[in-house]
Design a protein around this ligand. Structure first.
Ligand SMILES: NC(=O)c1ccc[n+]([C@@H]2O[C@H](COP(=O)([O-])OP(=O)(O)OC[C@H]3O[C@@H](n4cnc5c(N)ncnc54)[C@H](OP(=O)(O)O)[C@@H]3O)[C@@H](O)[C@H]2O)c1
Length: 260
């Protein structure tokens, strides 16, 4: 089996996941790329002229536990135990608590962004501990810092990612396996392209991915990218509730499911 390092990335069919795949490939890694839309990954890989010996594609739905566990097991069997696992797959949909159907949106968001993240790590964690090395990377968001009107499902799920990854980091301390929490600010991807509000410090996915790769390799415990949003996040965390509530009043909301 090849000795070049291996990265397993979920949500590799689009946006940040695809940009991360590109950056890791450039850095000499072999790629294990997972998503539901495998055809998107294959066409990107052929456009990008990836060496077929250096990547494999896994069809997986992270919201279906058996599906993502099977993808993890298949990766270990075909390509070996990864050095880095990036749980990046995620969805962001607005909700209104008065709307019955948005309860399902909340459930789907947690199934994808939270349960899916843990299930992505599960097949690898014991073997990484035994080996004494590895990186488990959780993609959270600056939206984890404070709750925003209309965005309760996403904000709550990403706050959950931050807290879960912190718990896991403590569990794996001194095992040689590092847990890295990434909080992207606003990154230009299909997920943000329909947003109806201003997106300060909007960043290209490639630039995000290059900075994320460095943070992952360094085993950084928590990193907001871009750094300017790290400053914003720190300030937001300190804002008294009354000031925050006034600041976000009337802010355009994230679109609900099916809203144009
Ligand atoms: N863009 C931003 O500004 C921003 C900011 C903060 C955090 N983030 C986080 O960054 C991550 C990537 O977002 P992005 O901006 O790159 O969005 P994106 O372009 O919409 O990509 C989302 C990716 O997640 C995958 N995915 C969604 N549901 C899935 C499921 N059930 N099973 C498997 N894969 C699934 C999609 O693949 P398939 O549809 O092919 O399955 C797709 O590859 C997300 O966790 C997001 O919350 C993004």
């Amino acid at each position: 089996m090849s000795t070049s390092p291996l990265v397993f990335i979920t949500g590799a069919s689009s946006g940040i996941g695809q940009a991360l795949a590109d950056s890791f490939y450039e850095a000499g890694y072999r790629l294990a790329l997972a998503a539901r839309r495998t055809a998107e990954i294959e066409s990107w890989a052929s456009e990008r002229q990836l060496d077929p010996g250096r990547y494999q594609v896994y069809g997986a739905d992270v919201a279906q536990t058996d599906s993502i566990l099977a993808a993890g097991a298949a990766c270990i069997e075909r390509q070996g135990l990864p050095d880095v696992v990036v749980a990046n797959a995620g969805i962001s949909v607005g909700i209104d608590t008065a709307e019955r159907e948005d309860i399902e949106v909340m459930a789907r968001t947690f199934a994808t962004n939270n349960v899916g993240l843990m299930a992505t790590f599960h097949p690898f964690v014991a073997a990484m501990k035994q080996r004494g090395s590895g990186r488990l990377v959780g993609v959270a968001s600056v939206a984890a810092i404070r709750g925003l009107p209309g965005h309760g499902a996403y904000c709550a799920s990403k706050a959950g990612v931050v807290a879960y990854c912190e718990s896991l980091r403590g569990e794996l301390r001194n095992s040689g396996v590092k847990v890295v929490t990434l909080c992207p600010g606003y990154i230009d991807t299909p997920l943000t392209q329909g947003n109806r509000y201003g997106m300060p410090f909007l960043m290209k996915a490639e630039d995000f991915a290059n900075q994320a790769l460095r943070a992952i390799e360094a085993g950084t415990s928590y990193r907001v990218i871009p750094w300017q949003m790290g400053v914003v996040a720190k300030l937001m965390r300190m804002l008294p509730n009354a000031v925050l509530d006034r600041a976000v009043q009337g802010r355009a909301r994230k679109k609900r499911s099916g809203e144009s």
